[in-house]
Design a protein around this ligand. Structure first.
Ligand SMILES: [Zn+2]
Length: 556
């Protein structure tokens, strides 16, 4: 994956809660794109589909989220059961395999496990793995060393020309160890005029920081952890970086990625700055200064990272319903099939069934595929539909990155993606959540479809969490394909995030009314139907890397 330096698009706009219930009053709405092209999107007046069978969806969820499927962990027995189930269902519904007639796309993955006996030595101080720091690599090499690596503090580690911001200006970090802050200056100040204020930009994500440091030629990055800025405690940093981690393998054995991806605890960071004769909290403030210049810390880091490597193959499931006229133009309906599998603990085996996340989404794709295949017998859509169930979303959007690479269908032939991740199994609501703001014309499709259902669009209530960058439509966006994320994830269940999300308790319940699932499936169906027949290519709204990529693809 590459991300170019101009990342204008990668911001979630500074959505304020006051702007949440945007009114959509007129039946037709004009979209003003930056190309000064006005486009009218007719309101969706299609009646509710009565051929959608919610009991089928319920049965799929109960099956996929049962203990039999072992939490659907990639590369486990649960994967085999899951992908076979999906394939059988698509086949029975009359769909074709979407990968040269086959239903499975191979996803080559590496399982990398850093040896936790490693010691990070900085300025003569020894730091303990898991307690003071974490370090891992995506490179497929058994050992990486830092030998007296010069350390540099680069503030937020952001290069953002559109915000007139360059933390790497005037400093050469080639081969060096970079120390930096998590999140972005907008979050730190809550100033809406700085980046996008409270709403996280992609510049705030640790994944961006590693990518940018790699472009600058750094050898290692240590992200300083602070709970509020990261949006999670140190225990999450430790558990997500200390154990085995999956990575997509590229032809270059990932040697183009940053050699050492690390975190530093708050306490360790304070000691490191002290050893350099600096005060961490002062330097944290200093990084907000527009004239901030990176600081050579004049201390060095030493580390030997031993790396166990296992290679393995997981699978995306891809089902095709060919269009009748523009069969080489595709609408993707996607939902990741994987969850966390099972874990052995002192108190026994824990199975992470992932019923809401994301058995609901997968079940919805199966039922939408069945009913649309049935309809296609008499009234096929002009464009083709691809139902894609991605693997290894939870471990870093790996299946969707593989799919986005374009070997199944080139991104320039994909009109848009409707990505379902965590539906609302309780009663329906009078709104639909929108992730990202002023990103693409797909948002107008969302608004129109919601309006036809008597619902309104409500902005993501937690833009600071950067969810637009954290599900399977994002790798597609990076390839220029606009999309929508359908994510409820407990929005109607106050207990969900605290007690069920990514926990053993995310289980199916026969008490679910399924009203929310049904209304969102109706909405997704209406958007797919419209795009399937209208010949439109929704464009990106604001100037962005996504938009540039799409324009290049469309001009070819
Ligand atoms: Zn999910």
């Amino acid at each position: 994956m590459t991300t170019s330096k101009s990342l204008l698009s990668l911001l979630i706009a500074s959505a304020t809660l006051a702007g949440c219930s945007a009114k959509q009053d007129s039946a037709t709405v004009t979209i003003d794109s930056n190309a000064n092209v006005e486009k009218t999107v007719a309101a969706n007046t299609s009646p509710l589909a009565t051929d959608l069978n919610i009991n089928n969806v319920r049965a799929h969820i109960a099956k996929l989220a049962s203990d039999e499927f072992e939490g659907r962990g990639p590369l486990s027995a649960g994967e085999t059961l899951t992908i076979n189930y999906l394939k059988d269902q698509y086949q029975a519904a009359g769909l074709q395999g979407g990968v040269n007639g086959k239903f499975l796309q191979k996803v080559a993955m590496a399982k990398l496990t850093p040896d936790q006996s490693m010691v990070l030595n900085i300025a003569g101080m020894d730091f303990t793995a898991g307690v003071d720091f974490t370090a891992r690599t995506k490179q497929l090499v058994p050992q990486i060393q830092l030998n007296d690596s010069d350390m540099v503090y680069v503030g937020y580690g952001i290069t953002a020309p559109e915000y007139n911001w360059n933390d790497y200006d005037g400093i050469d970090v080639k081969g060096k160890t970079v120390v930096l802050l998590v999140n972005d200056p907008g979050f730190a100040t809550q100033d809406d005029t700085l980046f996008t204020g409270n709403a996280m930009t992609y510049y705030g994500r640790w994944s961006y920081k590693y990518e940018e440091a790699a472009r600058q030629g750094a050898k290692a990055v240590l992200v300083i952890h602070e709970t509020a800025e990261a949006a999670y405690p140190w225990s999450v940093v430790d558990s997500s970086n200390s154990g085995a981690k999956f990575s997509l393998m590229n032809d270059n054995n990932n040697m183009d990625t940053l050699p050492i991806l690390g975190w530093l605890s708050f306490d360790a960071a304070k000691k490191v700055f002290k050893a350099a004769g600096l005060n961490y909290l002062e330097q944290k403030k200093h990084a907000l200064d527009k004239n901030f210049k990176a600081i050579d810390l004049n201390i060095t880091a030493n580390l030997t990272l031993d790396n166990a490597i296992d290679k393995a193959e997981s699978h995306n499931v891809v089902a095709l319903l060919p269009g009748s006229e523009q069969a080489d133009e595709y609408i993707v309906v996607g939902a990741h099939w994987d969850h966390f599998g099972k874990k052995e603990t002192d108190t026994g085996t824990k199975i992470y069934n992932g019923a809401v996340d994301n058995a609901t989404g997968v079940a919805a794709t199966l039922e939408l595929a069945r009913m649309m295949a049935e309809r296609a017998k008499t009234a096929p859509l002009k464009r083709s539909l691809l139902f894609v169930n991605f693997t290894a979303e939870e471990t870093g959007l790996i299946g969707s990155k593989m799919f986005a690479a374009g070997t199944v269908v080139p991104s320039k032939q994909i009109v848009g993606i409707l990505n379902i991740d965590g539906m609302n199994p309780l009663d329906g609501v009078d709104y639909i959540l929108q992730y990202g703001k002023d990103m693409s014309e797909m948002e107008q499709y969302l608004a129109d479809a919601a309006k036809a259902q008597g619902r309104h669009v409500k902005m993501d209530p937690r833009p600071q969490n950067g969810l637009f960058f954290r599900s399977d439509h994002f790798p597609m966006a990076q390839q220029g394909v606009p999309g929508l994320l359908f994510m409820s994830l407990g929005d109607t269940d106050p207990d969900y995030i605290t007690h069920k999300y990514h926990k053993e308790a995310d289980d199916y319940s026969a008490d679910w009314s399924m009203g929310g699932v049904e209304q969102d499936m109706q909405l997704i169906l209406s958007i797919a139907n419209k795009l399937g027949n209208n010949g439109d290519w929704p464009t990106w709204t604001s100037e962005s890397d996504f938009k540039t990529r799409r324009q290049q693809d469309r001009e070819q």
